[in-house]
Design a protein around this ligand. Sequence first.
Ligand code: ZN
Length: 179
Amino acid sequence: MRPDYRFCPHCATALSTGIVAGRERKACPACGFTHWNNPAPVVAALVQVGELILLARNAAWPPKTFALITGFLEAGETPEEGIAREVMEETSLEVERTSLIGVYEFTRKNELIIAYHVIASGSVTLSEELVEYRMVAPERLRPWRAGTGLAVADWMRARRLPFEFVDFPTRTAPAQGTA
Ligand SMILES: [Zn+2]
């Protein structure tokens, strides 16, 4: 639910703003529903195929902006199932192994990023959300200092790959690119 949500999802009464559990929140004066506005869990994958890492560009992003595969976790899924589903939906690749890189805040979008290193195989067919992809050698990754870029940086550090952060290219892309 978005922070600007105006009506109760249970009884359609207009929500009012007040202090609930120590913070200003929206709540329903009729049925007591509280809009907690918790961060949404997003799964992200640094997808390795053979020796290379797949980065993809979302249709909404500027040219040369390539990122990890990401998507919202669905109800009833484990994070590992969620990232395998997202990788299949977005790239048609089959996930063989997942290992957690880490968990990262993305407060700007009220999201929590759960990032995995994924070993995948198959041939790439992109979903309609993605317009192009690149296969990049791990040492050529250039993480952004936010969102999934922090996961890429941790992954590179763990492999003793030297890297430099690059500037975050857009206001909306939760990811990292390559030059
Ligand atoms: Zn209500």
